[in-house]
Write a protein that binds this ligand. Structure first.
Ligand SMILES: [Zn+2]
Length: 227
């Protein structure tokens, strides 16, 4: 069992699929073992974006999103045993940076990974930025040197996609483009498991959180490679 391993850090349950779903499936086909660490529980997606506080409650949404992530990961080829849920409350990663860093250090100490995928430092969402710092600091403190790929969630938290794209383009030499065209149907299927975002699951919900999957399903996934 000397499989090469990669690890994906997702600040929220689903970021791994949006940001790296095709790459995850591709790496598995190439013989890698993929581990996914979901850092927060995503419980506030409905309260913050739709003003829905019950049916589902944040506590219920947390469980829904966990189950969705497990199903989406299974479609990409990642078994449930390879998923870790750190369960920090959605939106609180910044204030829990120290303890989260300790937990990430513990994980990276136990597993010898070749590549680490984590959110782009200039992502809009504070949880994403905190996740970037947590993973980066953990790697530095451990003194290990896996390849570090940052993925950017550009169409999701806020409408700053074009700006981020422009910033990324300034650093073209550092961008890795992974052709995931062969794995798009898997990514599509995995994303469809994330029903709480794409379908109406609450009587109070008038529209899905996100309804345009075509924007996400690109043949190339881009990563900002850390030097
Ligand atoms: Zn997120």
């Amino acid at each position: 069992m000397n499989e090469k391993k990669i690890i994906v850090f997702a600040p929220h349950p689903d970021d791994e699929t949006w940001g790296c779903g095709g790459t995850i499936a591709k790496k598995i086909e190439e013989g890698y073992e993929v581990l996914i660490v979901v850092m927060t529980d995503g419980r506030h997606a409905f309260t913050k974006m739709l003003g829905i506080y019950s049916d589902p409650t944040p506590e219920e949404l947390k469980e829904i999103r966990k189950e969705e992530t497990i199903r989406a990961a299974a479609i990409l080829g990642v078994p449930e045993k390879n998923l870790m849920f750190l369960e920090f409350e959605d939106g609180t990663l910044e204030e829990n940076e120290e303890i989260a860093e300790e937990r990430v250090i513990k994980i990276l100490k136990e597993i010898n990974v070749e590549e680490v995928y984590f959110p782009y430092e200039k992502d809009y969402h504070p949880d994403h930025r905190a996740a970037n710092r947590i993973v980066r600091n953990a790697i530095t403190k451990l003194g290990v040197s896996p390849k570090r790929y940052q993925y950017s969630i550009v169409h999701k938290h806020g409408r700053i996609g074009p700006i981020i794209d422009a910033i990324l383009d300034l650093f073209k030499h550092c961008i890795i483009r992974v052709d995931v065209s062969e794995f798009l149907s898997l990514k599509d299927r995995a994303l469809r498991e994330i029903k709480s975002e794409f379908f109406i699951i609450s009587p109070k919900q008038k529209e899905p959180l996100w309804n345009d999957m075509s924007k996400i399903l690109k043949k190339v996934e881009r990563f900002y490679l850390d030097k």
